[in-house]
Design a protein around this ligand. Structure first.
Ligand code: KIV
Ligand code: ZN
Length: 386
C-alpha cells in the first residue's frame, strides 16, 4: 500500500521571502487558486502579523479556497497568533504553524534567551493557540543544527501542550541527507506521548540538497513535505515542489509513497509563479526548465525516435509541458533531420537528404540551434524550391 505524502506549499510565505519576490494581494490570490488546481494539500499564504496586506491576502485566500487546508503562520508570540487566527477564521479547514528557534547560535545571538526560557515560551504559546485551533504545527527553527538532546526536549514539551505536527526546518540548508533522516528517526523513536504525532520536513537548498533531504525525511517517516514552486525562497530557496513531486511520481515503487498532486498542472503553475514573481527559471532546471525535455545530441535524438524511454524518464505531456523533444543543432544527425522534415510533410529523396544534411551542418555550425523556419529554408534550397 502506497503511503500518502502531504504537500504543504509555502510559496506565498517562505517563497515570497526570495529577494525581490514580493507579491500583491491579487497576485497571491491568483497563485493560491492555481495551487489549489495543482492539488496541494495545504497552503501557507503568508505571515499575517507582518503587514495589513499580508493579513488581507491570508484572509481572502481563506475565504476563497474552500477545499484546501489553510495554514496561519506565527512566531511564538501572542499578537502573531491572534492575527493568524483572525486571518484564517473563515477557512473551511485550517491549521496554525508556530515557530521559535532552537539552536544555540540562534538562542545566544538572536533571541538572547536560555534554553529553559525558550521551552517555556514554546509551551505557553502552543497551549494558548490550542484554545483556537486543533491542528497545531510546531517548528523548532534551525532544528538541524540544534542537537538531539535539546531538540527532543523541545518537541516533547510542545507535544505535551497539544502540537499535532512537528516540522523540522533545515533553516540554512546545512544537513546531509543521512543526518537529516536520523533526526526524524530519533524523534519518532523517543518522543514521549508522541504516537499520534506527525512529522514534516522543511528544507532549504543552500547546498543543493533540499530535495534529497526531503526524500530522506520521507524514508525516515515524515508524512508532510514543505515546498515552494520553482524552489523559490530565501537565498538558494526551498525544496522545489515540482522536483520533489516528480521524484516521488517517477520512483513511486522504490519509495512506496505518492502525492495528491495533479502533475498536469505543474508546468502552468511554474510559469505562472515565474511570471508573477518576475523570477526567471534556469534553462537546465529539472522538470520545468526550458531544456528539461529537449535533446540535442544526435545519438540521443536517434534513440528517442526509436523508443522514448532510451533517454526520457518522464513524459513531459504528463506535466503539461509542450512536447518539443528534439532541438536541432550542430549535434543532430541525419535521422533527426529527416524525421523533422517528414513532420513538415516534405518527402526527401536520398540525394536531397544528403544535400540538406551538408547545408544543415554548415548552418548549424554558425548558430546555437536551428528553428523549424530556418530548417524549412534549408529544405527549400536542398530541393530547389526556393
Ligand atoms: O526555514 C525556516 O526555518 C522556516 C521556519 C520558520 C519554518 O521557514
Ligand atoms: Zn524556511
Amino acid at each position: 500500500m502506497m503511503k500518502n505524502i502531504r504537500i504543504f506549499d509555502t510559496t506565498l510565505r517562505d517563497g515570497e521571502q526570495a529577494p525581490g519576490g514580493s507579491l500583491s494581494i491579487e497576485e497571491k490570490v491568483r497563485i493560491a487558486k492555481q495551487l489549489a488546481n495543482l492539488g496541494v494539500d495545504v497552503i501557507e499564504p503568508g505571515f499575517p502579523i507582518s503587514s495589513q496586506g499580508e493579513f488581507t491576502a491570508v484572509q481572502q485566500i481563506s475565504r476563497d479556497l474552500l477545499h484546501v487546508e489553510i495554514c496561519g503562520f506565527a512566531r511564538a508570540v501572542t499578537e502573531d497568533i491572534n492575527r493568524a487566527i483572525e486571518a484564517t477564521q473563515d477557512a473551511t479547514k485550517r491549521s496554525l504553524h508556530l515557530f521559535i528557534s532552537s539552536s544555540d547560535i540562534h538562542l545566544d545571538f538572536q533571541l538572547k534567551k536560555s534554553r529553559d526560557q525558550v521551552i517555556q515560551i514554546a509551551r505557553e504559546k502552543v497551549a494558548y493557540a490550542k484554545q483556537f485551533v486543533d491542528r497545531i504545527e510546531f517548528s523548532p527553527m534551525d532544528a538541524s543544527r540544534t542537537g538531539n538532546e535539546f531538540l527532543l526536549e523541545m518537541v516533547e514539551a510542545v507535544v505535551a501542550e497539544g502540537a499535532t505536527l512537528i516540522n523540522i526546518p533545515d533553516t540554512v540548508g546545512f544537513a546531509l541527507p543521512n543526518e537529516y533522516g536520523q533526526i526524524f528517526k530519533m524523534l519518532k523513536n523517543n518522543v514521549r506521548g508522541g504516537k499520534h504525532v506527525e512529522y514534516s520536513a522543511h528544507c532549504h537548498n543552500d547546498l543543493g540538497m533540499a530535495v534529497a533531504n526531503s526524500l530522506a525525511a520521507i524514508e525516515a517517516g515524515a508524512t508532510q513535505i514543505e515546498v515552494t514552486v520553482n524552489g523559490i525562497g530565501e537565498r538558494a530557496g526551498n525544496c522545489s515542489l515540482e522536483e520533489l513531486v516528480m521524484a516521488i511520481e517517477t520512483r513511486k515503487e522504490a519509495l512506496g509513497v505518492q502525492t495528491n498532486i495533479n502533475t498536469e498542472e505543474i508546468f502552468e503553475t511554474s510559469r505562472l509563479v515565474s511570471r508573477i514573481m518576475n523570477f526567471p527559471i534556469a534553462f537546465n532546471k529539472p522538470i520545468v526548465g526550458r531544456n528539461a525535455f529537449q535533446h540535442e545530441a544526435g545519438i540521443h535524438q536517434d534513440g528517442l525516435l526509436k523508443n522514448r524511454n532510451t533517454y526520457e524518464i518522464m513524459n513531459p505531456e504528463k506535466l503539461g509541458v509542450p512536447r518539443e523533444m528534439i532541438i536541432l543543432g550542430k549535434h543532430s544527425g541525419r535521422h533527426a533531420i529527416k524525421h523533422r522534415v517528414s513532420e513538415m510533410g516534405v518527402p526527401l529523396n536520398p540525394t536531397q537528404l544528403e544535400d540538406l544534411y551538408t547545408r544543415f551542418k554548415a548552418f548549424a555550425d554558425q548558430h546555437k540551434s536551428v528553428t523549424d523556419e530556418q530548417l524549412a529554408q534549408l529544405v527549400g534550397k536542398a530541393t530547389n524550391t526556393v
